[in-house]
Design a protein around this ligand. Sequence first.
Ligand SMILES: Cc1ncc(COP(=O)(O)O)c(C=O)c1O
Length: 342
Amino acid sequence: MKNTISDFRSDTVTKPSKEMLDAMNKAPIGDDVLGDDPTVKRLERIAAEMFGMEAGLFCPSGTMTNQIAINVHCRPGEELICSPLSHIYNYEGGGVAFNSGVQIRTGGDDFGRIFPDDINRLIQPEIDVHAAQSRLVVVENTSNKGGGTCLGIPLLKDLGLTARSNGLNYHLDGARVFNAIIRDNESPEDYHFFDSISICLSKGLGAPVGSLLIGGKDFISQGKRVRKRFGGGMRQSGYLAAAGIYALQNNIDRLSLDHDLAQRVFAYLSKLEYISEIKPVESNIILFKVKSSISTLDLSNHLLSKNILIILMDKEWMRIVTHLDIKEKDIQVLFEGLSTFS
Ligand SMILES: Cc1ncc(COP(=O)(O)O)c(C=O)c1O
């Protein structure tokens, strides 16, 4: 029998289901750069309305939606404030500096949260000509490198008020915002106080490609120009947008199943003697460390020999992610793999 891989590296590894592929196949399409694709327009409208925003912009990736937002909100030489664990700071190839000439100031805790006090401390005095002008606060919900932390609406709202009262714009990297919404029993409309939101369709929601930037009409029309400049204008992208519509209509509520599996993985790891630390598990991401006498590479190679893939986040932290394509049998294979490591 052919060995199958249990792929716990990321929720981006999912393959579109037959139903999603059928929806893609049936989609009416047109040239979206010329404004002709009805399915893209429909997806943009659905996403914007969900979050109580005026407009949406379909883009190839979450990196692009974040980068477009930063480019529209800030001018070269200005500064944004975010967690040192943020995706925009760690994993977007220095794009904040490269694409927009913006610099980053960081603060917050080890779980990817940032607090109003951090913003008040980090914000640059407007009258000081030596300082870069603070322009934007970016938060990530859930926080990937924080361990899938859900920041919660009360904190997000407080941060928004702090940003606004200091004249700063406020962007959400919501690559996994639906995980937070499901886990904290929120509604997308609770997020209306952001100036802009990036959501990803190709993570927990199982679409093969695509992210949306949503916000006000003017913001999105400026974003459309930047998308073109960044090379992100797509033509018959209605096929991809159809996958996104299917994802938004069918794959949000089931995220709780991924969270339940993540809790079981957390409980299993907690019993293993060679594990030294696990970040609290709040959604579908489990970050853990092994004892210093153990090599992370040895553990991941051992798991690989059992057809299990996990990811090394850095020299210390390892990551397991549950998602749409992780089934009970994969969990059993993972537990077996973890228990036979010595
Ligand atoms: C929190 C977060 N933001 C943004 C992104 C970027 O998304 P993409 O891979 O579609 O560029 C990721 C990707 O994993 C992410 O985890």
